[in-house]
Design a protein around this ligand. Structure first.
Ligand code: DX5
Ligand code: ZN
Length: 218
């Protein structure tokens, strides 16, 4: 069964406690947190104090997606404030293998995210060491963007590569996920669906989460 990770980026920042409690009470599996530094991506979102506050109310694992340069500078800090999964971008990591070891040394699960233009083949030599690959299905930086169709092909190729390398990594899809593309993504081999706007713009977010969770493979 797939995992669903609602993205707090689309929540109401003036009502974070309410929105985190909604996720707690829903069928969601993880809480996805997008950290943006205004350098790696053209936008700035939120940082440690906000995540720390969310952790106090969260009943589900925190899936922290770092869209920042030199993520290795902050791994221990994000772990200390409650990150359960820490994902860094391949494009922002000069020594990715070392950063993955650094994440594991904190006791967190290690994820690697790749941008839409980055080939899944670049993950081959690190795949057996990681717990999660986050395939960006939009260009990172903003919620509410249109899903890039090429992602299906990347999921299929990554699934093959995971089998070939004996990796246990889960495949997470991030950006523009909705009930139309979810079944096809699952059929292609995705394990974790991040959803921001599709969940929080809905009249009944809990119902949307339940529907995504119960979604059948296409
Ligand atoms: C984009 C973020 C996503 C974003 C997804 O840079 O990494 O996690 O919150 O939001 P939607 O589902 O609205 O595209
Ligand atoms: Zn994200």
């Amino acid at each position: 069964m797939s995992l669903i990770a609602p993205s707090i980026l689309a929540a109401d920042f003036a009502h974070l406690e309410r929105d985190v409690k909604m996720i707690n009470a829903s069928a969601a599996d993880w809480i996805h947190l997008d950290v943006m530094d205004g350098v790696f991506v053209p936008n700035i979102s939120f940082g440690m104090p906000v995540i720390e506050a969310i952790k106090r109310h969260a009943a589900k694992p925190l899936d922290v997606h770092l869209m920042i340069v030199q993520p290795e500078r902050y791994i221990e800090t994000f772990r200390k404030i409650g990150a359960d999964v820490i994902t860094v971008h391949l494009e922002a990591s000069t020594h990715l293998h070392r950063t993955v070891q650094q994440i594991h040394a904190t006791g967190a699960q290690a994820g690697v995210a790749i941008n839409p233009h980055t080939s899944v083949d670049l993950l081959e030599d690190v795949l057996a060491q990681i717990d999660l690959v986050c395939l960006m299905s939009v260009n990172p930086g903003f919620g509410g963007q249109k899903f890039i169709e090429r992602t299906y092909e990347k999921v299929r190729r990554l699934r093959t590569l995971i089998q070939k390398t004996g990796s246990q990594a889960k495949i997470e899809i991030d950006g523009g996920v909705n009930s139309e593309n979810a079944p096809q993504l699952l059929a292609a081999g995705a394990d974790v669906l991040v959803a921001g706007n599709f969940v929080f713009a809905a009249a009944n977010p809990r119902e949307v989460i339940a529907r995504l969770k119960g979604q059948q493979v296409a």
